[in-house]
Design a protein around this ligand. Sequence first.
Ligand code: UGA
Length: 475
Amino acid sequence: MRITVIGCGYVGLVTGTCLAEAGHQVVCTDNDAERVQTLKAGVVPIYEPHLDGLLTSNMRANRLSFTGDADSAVNSGDAIFICVGTPPKENGDADLSAIDNVARLIATEVHASKLVVEKSTVPAQTGQQLKRVLSVYRRDSAVEFRVASNPEFLREGSAVEDFLHPERIVLGVEDENSEKQLHEIYRPILEAKFHCPVHWSGCPSATPPKLVVTTINSAELIKHASNSFLAMKISYANMIADLCEKVGADIKEVVNAMGLDPRIGPQFLNAGLGFGGFCLPKDVQAFVRLAERSGVNFNMLKEAEQVNKRRIDLFMEKIRQALWVIKDKQVGILGLAFKANTDDIRFAPSLEVIRRLLAEGAQVRAYDQEAMDKTSAIFPQVQFCRGPHDVARDADALLLLTEWPEFRQLDWTRIYELMSRPLILDGRNLLDPATMMDIGFEYHSFGRPVEKPLPQLMPSASAMLDSSPSISQQT
Ligand code: UGA
């Protein structure tokens, strides 16, 4: 099938490339001319595992191309996927102006009937507006537009895997033809039969995804409701972590056991600095606004957002408690991206932590595998290092802000020796407290006990302890 993808950001690039991989003829367009030139040269302007290899192989196979000529692009596909950004406005609403622009372009430039698919994350009822704009601006009355919603559930860092091996494909449709056409587009993925070059450990490729066919309004709502639920789950785990600190429980032990209940599940219960990125924070805001406009009181979601905002305050307080005075201290940062396996720093907790540290007069050094270029454009005052050891050298504190698995494997004894003061504040609960404290670090994280476990006691000593009220070893 011939497919047009409008918007070459994370969603558009992954969608276009993976649909080409599924055997379709895909043309992608974007109004950023420089981005289009880069893509035409086969260079992927973002870091997303597996995307570059898949993109170049599909370009070579003549299934995938890029153009700055949007008018010709919208005419080339039988189906047009809208993958443009819907950033947050000041008041939290999703800014739908890019969707409106694209809709008017399609309406005025297209010469044959098309299926127009909303892939961008949008509030419920956007599909109705889209249909209205397409029909109001339509130049040729013989041209018929059908609209569908097909929300994406791609996680940055594993977006290619998520597209090719999804758990579900949601189709919001209003007519049989649109459903058939989308079913045909996704057939190779639905059958989970085509050869996929991305085989990562635990690939569930043998299990075909569930196909969920709904109305357009439901499909739009499914996306916002899913991301908002994930955000609430994270905030819930963060509140439990705060409680753990107060009552001397361990958040890891608590959520591990909670997650064994299939009704709860183990994922998205990692406590720490909270959620960032371009999706969860903005989707929560937009969902709250939708609820407000619809007269539904969704304070529960507002509170999840507030809990998330307070994570940075809490982290800064932990830094202040440990360092006392922040001014003139050498603070090293490991991890800048909003999560591991991406170079994306949009709404990353690291940005706010750095901003506050600089405001208090700290000397900041940082390292991240992928996100240093983007961060240096925002904070030229930060010194960016070649590796974690350079960050640690003579530092008064080391902050862990992204859960890159590589940080777990570091030679922490060497880092201990390099630091001026061996102090770690782990914003992602990535490291093992006992191991860190055994090396000699002062180690702080979220919701985990600060005491060292009691050493094995000799029988005579344990007999003595039995009669004493309570003993703990504070480090
Ligand atoms: C999110 C959703 O997970 C995807 O399903 C969705 O398709 C996507 O948004 C989107 O709307 O496009 P993503 O933004 O890539 O994906 O990131 P997540 O993996 O959801 O992580 C978001 C943030 O939550 C990160 O900052 C991460 O560090 C944090 N997080 C995640 C936690 O603090 N704790 C957890 O347990 C999990």
